[in-house]
Design a protein around this ligand. Structure first.
Ligand SMILES: C[S@@+](CC[C@H](N)C(=O)[O-])C[C@H]1O[C@@H](n2cnc3c(N)ncnc32)[C@H](O)[C@@H]1O
Ligand SMILES: [Zn+2]
Length: 282
């Protein structure tokens, strides 16, 4: 029953591999299946569950996904989005393939695909809640559950751009799946990011100043940076936006909803400060 295969997933059948035995996957009713019989359900919401029988160590819960969906739809991060899209456009050939690692709700991947007709996109994330959104984010965006710390269910050298936006990283797997001409694009916060919120909410996770150096050390055996853009600006923030911004960060795990909504003073503006870097494989 091929009609059950989400249209965005079909172009990825050549790129996906069985996570158990590395064989090709074929559609089989409401699942993907390899010749050995390893079977992976396609959820009603349109993403394929490749992470079966494995409990992921991390991933956003429903409340975090809701907060992220609400906040990103305000457009407050639009300059970050634009910078990422421009970098991706510069790196992609026509009919290119983008894989977004830790894609969350699929917001960034959808924006990239919107600007780049002919491009196909795949979002990977451990969070089923996030994937429900990601699978619907764009007609050319497929979505699958996967844990970035495990070998990716993808062929060698089949991807033109790997995106990693505020998400965990696996440099050796990024390198394996990218074509030699491909690019890894990493967006990450630096010290001043959301400083006003961090000032008000001590439980918020701080950004370790050594983090940037650790990132470069981890990537260095596999990648060389070709271009970095510092995106920094101040954006106004409503109270709900401030609550969502905290609710969608890892800090949310340490804070109860009452902590947030009962919080008296929240900043009415906040600094956004991120680096976007394009890396070429060594
Ligand atoms: C801070 S969010 C960023 C989401 C999205 N890239 C964005 O910027 O809107 C981090 C994402 O990584 C996912 N994640 C956490 N641990 C992961 C893992 N081990 N493998 C894959 N995804 C993971 C979370 O579920 C979450 O969607
Ligand atoms: Zn198999």
């Amino acid at each position: 029953m091929p009609a059950l295969l989400p249209p965005a997933l079909e172009p990825f059948l050549d790129l996906l591999r069985c996570p158990v035995c590395r064989a090709r996957l074929r559609p089989d009713r409401v699942s993907l299946r390899c010749p050995e019989g390893h079977t992976f359900d396609i959820a009603r919401q349109g993403y394929v569950s490749l992470l079966t029988g494995i409990r992921a160590t991390s991933g956003d819960d429903a409340a975090m996904v809701q907060a992220r969906n609400r906040f990103l739809s305000t457009g407050r991060y639009a300059p970050v989005h634009q910078s990422l899209t421009r970098m991706t456009a510069d790196a992609l050939p026509a009919q290119g393939t983008v894989v977004d690692i830790g894609c969350g709700t699929g917001h960034y991947l959808a924006g990239v695909l919107d600007q780049l007709p002919g491009t196909r996109g795949l979002g990977l994330d451990t969070s089923a809640r996030a994937l429900r959104s990601a699978a619907r984010a764009h007609p050319r965006a497929a979505a699958a559950s996967w844990d970035v710390f495990r070998p990716f269910p993808l062929v060698d050298q089949g991807v033109d751009v790997v995106l990693d936006v505020f998400a965990p990283r696996n440099p050796s797997e990024f390198h394996r799946v990218l074509r030699p001409t491909g690019r890894l694009i990493v967006v990450r916060p630096i010290e001043r990011h959301l400083a006003e919120l961090r000032g008000q909410i001590p439980a918020m996770v701080t950004i370790d100043p050594d983090k940037e150096q650790r990132l470069q050390q981890a990537l260095d055996p596999y990648f060389q940076a070709t271009r970095t853009q510092h995106v920094e600006y101040t954006t106004p923030l409503t109270r709900q936006e401030a609550i969502d911004l905290v609710g969608m960060t890892p800090s949310a795990r340490h804070l109860t909803h009452a902590d947030l909504s009962g919080h008296g003073s929240l900043p009415s503006q906040v600094t956004v400060s991120v680096l976007a870097t394009s890396y070429q494989p060594r």
